[in-house]
Design a binder for this molecule. Structure first.
Ligand code: XMP
Length: 506
């Protein structure tokens, strides 16, 4: 495997994804929390950083711990750090370099740059630049304005590059990473979904043995894939619980339960609608609603878990980005909305935790799910927030409002499917607004509710664009909603991107 040391760059996760795409396993660790280096680690990549090596408190690592022991590749800040700590010089760039550049001069005899074309496009994003390197650093690539675009330390597999090979705008970046990971570090490209499934099931069997595991399922991709893996390992000793919080989509409870039963999972559906509605009564503040739902969920889950005799483990669908975030260089990012799954384990449930997906990215979870034979209905399902429709009903929650929104949402989502648009958007949903507006139906004046439709395209939910749905679809769906859902006389479409708007309205 490859170890990626994170100095806080926005691109660090991308480096990991590119390496994984080469079927090579890698892990990201913060530069200040490096785990003991096992013999599996074949090479190290140092990430970029928003900091400058010239700062007094610049993030540093003791490079001697790796140099001469295994190949090293410094990317951007990582390269500057190598140069700076070896007697080279790093200065502020005369102009801040951001965007595309061409490697006008490059030494393709060098293994790192093997196969790259002359003038290959690379992506630059840096405020500092390496202005001089020690004598034993060979410059192996330059652009028009950056002389030290890439270097190798003589007679050592230690490399630095100023550009970002992990960004797709570096058109041959993946080839460079392959040269490093495969040819220089000697990693074999055998990390695939099939091998992951095989080794994970074997590991789970060994770790859990004959113990019992309890797990809450949500109908979403992560928990479904995680449960399927655990189920393959320990069979009916996995006890799954699916809670109806009364805030799910229309008919979701029944259909999800059915698909889990179809998969052979040992699943119990728990109707806790009233308990949730009661906890939400009169609450209007979004965070207060989230907390009430979280609290109630724990109560219900705990009660159910206690009904299973002798349970030792709690299974969770935590995925890698949650893990990285919770141990990141800067610490967990400021809470914008309280929806992190990591650390969600209540103290009073003293169970051991098993998280079979905690090394995978979302797209890898889907590939693993496909390898396990999970249906598209689960794998391609849009993300849906834990608090469900409660954060799409602005203001207080009542069963009546939930019913109206479920009807609207079902028409909208089915419409997207009918028009072949569902798989083109990352997430879609309807929002019930806390206002009424005047309308006219037949000869009657109406004074009814307004719903907003939201659909976004995104890669990871961190940033999102509003989806440019065809007018024809919007026209049809608006008609259908107003004609068929009693109590709604106006439909609007949300054309805000994230940032600054978030995907959910609350
Ligand atoms: P925002 O609204 O922050 O949403 O742009 C980003 C993604 O996170 C989901 N989301 C949540 N998921 N509990 C969850 O499990 C929550 O409280 C929550 N709030 C937002 C949202 O649906 C989107 O996919």
């Amino acid at each position: 495997q490859i170890l990626i040391l994170d100095f806080g760059s926005q691109y660090t996760q991308l480096i990991a994804r590119r390496v994984r795409e080469l079927n090579v396993y890698c892990e990201i660790h913060p530069y200040n929390h490096i785990p003991p280096i096992s013999h599996d680690v074949k090479g190290v990549i140092l990430s970029g950083s928003p900091c400058s090596v010239r700062d007094d408190d610049a993030p540093m690592v003791h490079l001697a711990a790796f140099r001469h022991k295994m190949p090293l590749l410094g990317v951007c800040y990582g390269a500057q750090l190598m140069a700076h700590t070896s007697g080279g010089e790093v200065q502020p760039s005369a102009i801040r370099e951001y965007g595309r550049a061409k490697l006008g001069t490059l030494n393709t005899q060098n293994t790192l740059l093997k196969g790259l074309e002359a003038n290959t496009q690379v992506w630059m994003s840096h405020a500092d630049t390496i202005t001089s390197v020690p004598d034993n650093f060979q410059i192996i690539a330059s652009t028009e304005s950056v002389q030290v675009a890439a270097f190798q330390v003589e007679n050592e597999p230690t490399y630095g590059i100023q550009f970002h090979p992990e960004v797709t705008h570096s058109t041959q970046g993946k080839m460079l990473l392959k040269n490093f990971v495969v040819d220089i570090c000697g990693c074999s490209q055998n990390w695939t979904a099939e091998s992951f499934v095989e080794t994970t099931i074997a590991d789970l069997k060994e770790k859990i043995g004959n113990d019992k595991v309890v797990m809450a399922l949500s109908g979403g991709v992560d928990s479904s894939v995680a449960a399927t893996l655990v189920h393959r390992a320990i069979g009916q000793n996995l006890y799954c619980i699916f809670v109806d919080n009364g805030l799910l989509r229309k008919d979701e409870f029944e259909s999800v339960l059915e698909s889990y039963q179809h998969l052979g999972l040992n699943i119990k559906g728990v109707d806790a609608k009233d308990q949730f509605y009661k906890a939400l009564e009169g609450l209007t503040d979004p965070e207060a609603k989230r907390k009430a739902i979280g609290r109630t969920f724990i109560e219900v889950f705990d009660q159910e878990a206690h009904l299973i005799e002798g349970v030792d483990w709690l299974g969770q669908g935590t995925i890698y980005p949650d893990v990285i975030e919770s141990v990141s260089v800067k610490g967990p990012s400021a809470t914008i909305k309280s929806h992190h799954n990591v650390g969600g384990l209540p103290d009073f449930m003293k169970l051991k935790v098993v998280e079979p997906l905690n090394t995978l990215f979302k797209d890898e979870v889907r590939t693993v799910g496909k390898t396990l034979g999970l249906p598209d209905a689960i794998l391609k399902r849009h993300p849906f927030p834990g608090p469900g429709l409660a954060i799409r009903i602005l203001g207080d929650i009542t069963a009546e409002k939930v019913h109206i929104l479920q009807e609207v949402d079902a028409l909208y989502i089915n419409g997207l499917k009918k028009y072949g648009l569902y798989d083109q958007v990352w997430q879609a949903g309807a929002i019930l607004l806390p206002i009424q507006s005047v309308g006219v139906m037949g000869d009657e004046r109406t004074y009814e509710r307004v719903v907003a439709l939201r659909a976004v395209t995104s890669v990871d939910g961190m940033t999102a664009d509003w989806a440019h749905l065809p007018y024809e679809f919007l026209a049809d769906i608006s008609n259908e909603i107003i004609n068929r859902v009693k109590g709604v006389n106006r439909v609007v479409y949300d054309i805000s991107s994230k940032p600054p708007a978030t995907i959910e309205w609350e």
